[in-house]
Design a protein around this ligand. Sequence first.
Ligand SMILES: C[S@@+](CC[C@H](N)C(=O)[O-])C[C@H]1O[C@@H](n2cnc3c(N)ncnc32)[C@H](O)[C@@H]1O
Length: 237
Amino acid sequence: MTLAINTVHRMDAIEGLRKIKDSSVDLMITDPPYNVASPHRRTFSRGKPVRTSEKFGHWDTLHPFDHELLMLQTLTHAYRVLKPGRSLYLFAALQQQGLLIGKAIERGFVYRNHLVIIKKNPLPQLNSNNWRNAFELCVYFTKGKAGQFNFLSQQECVNVFPYAIGKKQSTHPTEKPLAFIKRLVQVGSNKGDLVVDPFMGSGTTAVASANLGRKFIGFEREGDYIAMAEKRLREVA
Ligand SMILES: C[S@@+](CC[C@H](N)C(=O)[O-])C[C@H]1O[C@@H](n2cnc3c(N)ncnc32)[C@H](O)[C@@H]1O
């Protein structure tokens, strides 16, 4: 089966990636589940365990072993489908950075940098027992030696990206800032290139790609999120 381009397919990420040919993708940007809401993982507040599963969708509740397997399969396919020298931008929870960077390098990726999204208005620390979280990390890898990097300007290529949360285009709980994803698309690809995001959510990678004249293929399992992505894409057209 050939996958339609410029479409967010209702499909499991790994099943979808399996349908993409080797060395055929120009850029991959992906924001997989962090597994922070897994009921198998507990956080503690004032000495008592608190289940975190209610805060997110059920898509973020895998058993840690299953989550690790999903991430390993994603990295394997990401390496296989990317063209040599092309980039993978992977969002990941702070706790998973070590594992994922190590496993990506094992597969042949070259670690290139970290990009940091700084939230200018972070959520309050309600329990007053830890630091307020005000950043998110995105890891930049290339498949072997880097071959594609459109250096826009000194200002635009700083690896710290400040933004104010609140200006969302959907009700997806983890929609990424469109301006940041557009920057990644501009730097990591050229017009007409193919951008893939196997965990598309509300379609931010698709919208950024469509805006910038790139082709895209995305996968997402939840129908409601696909509807959000399609609505956002209609507004680009
Ligand atoms: C962190 S969110 C992505 C949010 C996205 N970056 C945005 O801006 O909206 C991860 C998404 O992956 C989807 N998902 C989780 N497991 C999946 C799987 N195995 N295959 C496809 N999609 C999956 C979830 O439904 C969720 O929408």
